[in-house]
Design a protein around this ligand. Structure first.
Ligand SMILES: C[S@@+](CC[C@H](N)C(=O)[O-])C[C@H]1O[C@@H](n2cnc3c(N)ncnc32)[C@H](O)[C@@H]1O
Length: 743
């Protein structure tokens, strides 16, 4: 989860960096290893799987009669004779010999990785891959063991290396391995002949678990405020120095400033994982700033590492490598080396320098920082893990090293972006300043009301709740013909999945007591009119009384429990924000508006919802609600009754639920966002006697008097990146005004 630590990205610096990002990446190929720092990393190599694989490969290759399936897997015994039709002109023969020794036939791990992974070896492997399908086809036609004459022997080494490659391939990526696709469409063209050669030996689940533990990847990232303040100061001084160098007319002031000030400013170097104090999503004006903050200290190269034997610290994606494929959630990153000064690939890449370091990260499962951005400006996008590495022919027909990186959930901007849900956490707690003044009950006849819906234009549905709410919820479209999407209306949240059911039950078991909200809070959150009081408005949680509580005070303390009483309306606002929620009468400040209802699912289930189908637009993450809010934000008052021990499983259970209101929901799903200053509604967790087994709801209240017909909005607390299409709230303090985005 992205923390909202003090911002340290200061105003933009207006200067040109001396070399293009593309050139910098090329240079990185030559000057990649940062030798300034000598500390060694704590992790040791873990080659267990590779060794196992080699052993398995050796067995497969060393056995006479072992057969290669067309899908690339070693199957049974090799045929004693292999028929080859290299150029389609005739058969070649080789005698069936037993390999003499393992080292003769199976390259060692390093041979597979760095020596035999050259273009020549790959091409040879590719050829044998093609033959594998022929072998299988032939095997189906003829008896094994030298039944068919082969004209020319294929060197044993080549076969076994190819078998190893094949096994790697099929094991690592079966769906992409298609030997038929390997047939040359343009003979002699490397791209058409070379097959991807996937490297086995990625970290085992046990290693990854250990790495997660070591780098605190099991819990969402939280920025240390002190370290953030120190970082902001470091950046400020660095920028000052850059300005000074610029005034002196120095070339490449950002680079010079980095090398001159890094020691004095205490740049965190050689850090695996997050750099303390740097929040995910932090923006930097150039690579010098990335370097001085310790995010990516290789100012001229795309890969930051120390030596080929250690895992890499970070990569920078500038969109300049034609072979890079950045699909957001998945990055297929191209290694370094083999380019000319214009960025053209002129040689095969090898598992050396930064490529070797990234491969090491793959083997060890260590996180790699990713910074992205075109031109000079970069964003720290958080931590990724390399799930695959391989060699293949690049667009320029030379063999390139490739790495697949995927975001680590809770530690990358993208994992936030993927779950583009309306997040609220203790950091997102909105302080509300109620103005006081006339606080009429919502039923007061002194509040203005619109005429009945049937007397107004644009009515497309008289009651979207289908009679489920106490009041009708009509829908209007006075803009165009856009219809309402189908919605299964629900008045209260429902448990959506068996996994969520399990969590809800566990949570219920952890909180068995029937509570009296008044007893818990000492006072109720509401006044006699059912409006949130000025005193209680910034309590982190409200508690209502269950039906079993009697007495005037307790009966009064059931506001959310009563459900919607205000005449809410769903109104089409236009193509930018689509549907929104308004009210057909004045709303007094502090009035309850509605709860956020939908299907309750687990966070994990929410994370894999189809974002392309806008599924994530209607998710409300309940995480952190129960953990309370920072003391400086919330008034003392009542806090959620969470266990004192934060490791209590009940806490973990309860915080892992999300409300999904896309297909099943209530009016709250139509409420749009407005930035600070212009929204009029705020959410609070409310303890109620839930029918679902959950012990709280998310409820919305008016933060001010809202005149009749005004759109109801609250702060989604989305960051700039989440507003990909821009925010159309139109307020002065808008975080990402759509108007600016268009420029
Ligand atoms: C919970 S839904 C709100 C209802 C939505 N407008 C609809 O038509 O169903 C959240 C989505 O509404 C849109 N939205 C809400 N507030 C917005 C704003 N201020 N600017 C632009 N789009 C907004 C975004 O597409 C967002 O993902």
């Amino acid at each position: 989860m992205v923390s909202k630590a003090p911002e340290h990205e200061l105003a933009s610096l207006d200067y040109e960096q001396g070399r293009s990002a593309k050139r910098a990446r090329v240079d990185g190929g030559e000057n990649q290893e940062n030798t300034d720092h000598l500390n060694r990393l704590p992790l040791q190599p873990c080659n267990m799987r590779k060794a196992e694989l080699l052993e398995a490969t050796a067995v497969a290759c060393a056995s006479p009669g072992s057969v290669l399936q067309s899908d690339g897997q070693a199957k049974g015994e090799l045929p004693a004779a292999v028929q080859q039709n290299e150029d389609g002109s005739g058969q070649q023969t080789r005698s069936c010999e037993q390999p003499a020794a393992l080292s003769d036939v199976v390259p060692t791990a390093s041979k597979v990785d760095s020596e035999s992974g050259t273009g020549t070896e790959l091409r040879a492997a590719a050829r044998v891959l093609q033959e594998a399908s022929a072998v299988q086809a032939q095997q189906q036609l003829m008896p094994p063991a030298c039944a068919a004459p082969l004209d020319t022997a294929i060197p044993r080494m080549e076969v076994s290396a190819a078998a190893s490659t094949l096994q790697n391939l099929s094991a690592a990526h079966p769906e992409e391995h298609n030997p038929n696709a390997a047939r040359p469409s343009q003979p002699g063209h490397i791209a058409s002949r070379a097959q991807p050669a996937y490297e086995e030996g990625g970290a085992t689940p046990e290693t990854i678990a250990a790495v997660n533990e070591m780098y605190h990847l099991n819990t969402p990232y939280e920025v240390d405020a002190e370290a953030a303040a120190a970082g902001a100061e470091r950046l400020r001084k660095y920028r000052q120095h850059v300005e000074k160098l610029k005034k002196e007319g120095r070339a490449k002031p950002d680079m010079i400033a980095f090398s001159q000030r890094k020691v004095e400013l205490g740049t965190p170097l050689e850090t695996i994982g997050h750099v303390p104090g740097v929040r995910v999503g932090a923006k930097f004006q150039n690579k010098g700033e990335l370097a001085i903050m310790g995010v990516h200290c290789n100012i001229t190269g795309g890969i930051y590492c120390k030596g080929k034997d250690n895992p890499a610290y970070s990569i920078v994606l500038s969109g300049n490598y034609s072979d890079d494929h950045d699909a957001g959630e998945i990055i297929d990153y191209t290694g370094q080396g083999g380019q000319d000064k214009d960025g053209r690939q002129i040689k095969d890449q090898e598992w050396t320098m930064g490529n070797a370091a990234l491969k090491r990260s793959f083997e060890l499962g260590t996180p790699v920082r990713v910074a992205r951005g075109v031109n000079l400006k970069k964003t720290y996008d958080g931590l990724y893990r390399i799930t695959k590495c391989w060699k293949e022919a690049g667009k320029d027909d030379y063999i390139i090293c490739r790495f697949r990186l995927v975001p680590i959930p809770g530690h990358s901007l993208l994992s936030e972006r993927v779950t583009n849900r309306v997040r609220h956490s203790r950091r997102d707690f909105t302080r509300v300043q109620l103005q006081g003044g006339q606080r009429l009950p919502v039923s007061s006849t002194n509040l203005h009301r619109l005429p009945p819906p049937t007397e107004r234009e644009g009515l497309i549905c008289e009651d979207i709740s289908g009679g489920l709410e106490k009041v009708k919820i009509p829908a209007f479209n006075n803009v165009d013909d856009t219809p309402l999407d189908p919605l299964e209306y629900t008045r209260e949240s429902v448990i959506g999945t068996p996994a969520a059911q399990q969590r809800a039950e566990l949570a219920k078991a952890a909180y068995t007591h029937v509570f009296c909200g008044r007893a818990k809070m000492g006072i109720t959150a509401y006044d006699d009119q059912g409006l949130v009081t000025r005193k209680s408005v910034n309590y982190p949680c409200y508690a209502e009384c269950p039906a079993s509580c009697t007495g005037r005070q307790c009966t009064r303390n059931r506001v959310v429990t009563q459900g919607i009483v205000l005449p809410l309306e769903v109104v089409y606002t236009g193509p930018a924000r689509k549907w929104g929620l308004t009210c057909a009468q004045d709303i007094p400040e502090g009035a309850f508006i509605c709860e956020y209802a939908g299907r309750i699912i687990t966070d994990e289930e929410a994370d894999v919802l189809d974002t392309a189908a806008d599924h994530d637009k209607y998710l409300y993450d309940m995480s952190d609600f129960v953990r309370g809010v920072a003391p400086e934000k919330a008034d003392s008052g009542f806090r959620p009754p969470v266990p004192a021990d934060p490791t209590d499983p009940a806490l973990a259970i309860e915080t892992c639920l999300t409300i999904d209101a896309r297909a099943v929901g209530n009016v709250a799903r139509f409420m749009n966002h407005a930035c600070t200053g212009s929204n009029n509604v705020f959410p609070r967790p409310v303890l109620v006697e839930g029918s679902t087994g959950l012990w709280y709801k998310v409820a919305f209240f008016a933060s001010k008097f809202i005149p009749v017909g005004t759109e109801l909005t609250y702060d989604y607390h989305w960051n700039e990146d989440q507003w990909k299409q821009g925010c159309h709230c139109g307020s002065h303090g808008c975080i990402k005004p759509a108007a600016l985005m268009a420029q």
